[in-house]
Design a protein around this ligand. Structure first.
Ligand code: MN
Length: 244
């Protein structure tokens, strides 16, 4: 099982969650929302080889935390993964659009200078602006668009720019989400929960709930669940290989 976008540090009992992930043999990308949180979140998974912690600055926090960008520049040299970063064009954040873009450009530039990273991206209601930024930083690494909710046209543009996608049980529970997943190249799909933010049937998703995606993916890809798991693991191996 792979949870490529999970906020381990934001569960009320992160240490228990880490233990359970280890027990379940899960691969987890533990994303952070501010550079200051990276070290502490990383220490939660000390010694757990399959849990990696990414360095982030969430677009919804960009206007409050842009001062931490210097810390981002310092830590990106040590961090193997970047995220959660991106843009949020939701109506509560349109007033912060300029600062979000300048923070994102700064991050993409530093990440590119550091040699490129796998990046977990938030681009809710801002897919085109995100892709516009990305085109200026082609060597920033591989973006994984998390919980993609754009249009089919935006999806095609993202694919042509080399983006990957992490899909969640919550996303596959909607008709729109499902029709987007149908058009994603199978070899560029990974799974995620976005817990503890995301819920399914009112229940907060736990990292191991990511297995709920398997029957849906298996239906979309017209292969059995076992082959679906094999495909996902091989996708993970491929993305890891592509960034040294
Ligand atoms: Mn998230």
């Amino acid at each position: 099982m792979i949870d490529m976008h999970c906020h381990l540090d934001l569960y009320p009992n992160p240490k228990d969650i880490v233990q359970q992930c280890v027990k379940e043999n899960m691969y987890v990308l533990s994303v952070t929302t501010t550079p200051k949180a990276w070290q502490g979140t990383k220490s939660l998974a000390e010694g757990c080889k399959r849990i990696r912690t990414s360095l982030g600055l969430h677009p919804q926090l960009a206007h409050e935390r842009y001062q931490e960008i210097d810390l981002f520049d310092e830590l990106v040299l040590k961090a193997k993964y970047v995220g959660e970063i991106g843009l949020d064009g939701g109506k509560d954040y349109t007033q912060y659009q300029n600062i979000q873009i300048s923070v994102l450009e700064h991050i993409l530039n530093s990440t590119q200078k550091a040699g490129g990273r796998i990046m977990s991206i938030h681009c809710r209601s801002a897919v085109d602006s995100f892709l516009d930024c990305l085109t200026n930083y082609q060597d920033a690494g591989i973006p994984i668009l998390h919980w993609f909710t754009g249009t089919q046209t935006q999806l095609q543009r993202a694919i042509s720019l080399g983006c990957w996608f992490s899909v969640s049980p919550a996303m596959l529970a909607t008709k729109k989400g499902k029709s987007l997943v149908e058009k994603m190249p199978k070899e560029r799909v990974l799974t995620e929960t976005d817990g503890p933010f995301a819920r399914l049937n009112q229940k907060i998703l736990m990292p191991w709930d990511v297995k709920k995606v398997i029957p849906h993916l298996s239906e979309v890809w017209k292969i059995n669940p076992e082959e679906t798991n094999i495909t996902l693991i091989s996708n993970l191996q491929n993305i890891l290989k592509s960034i040294v």
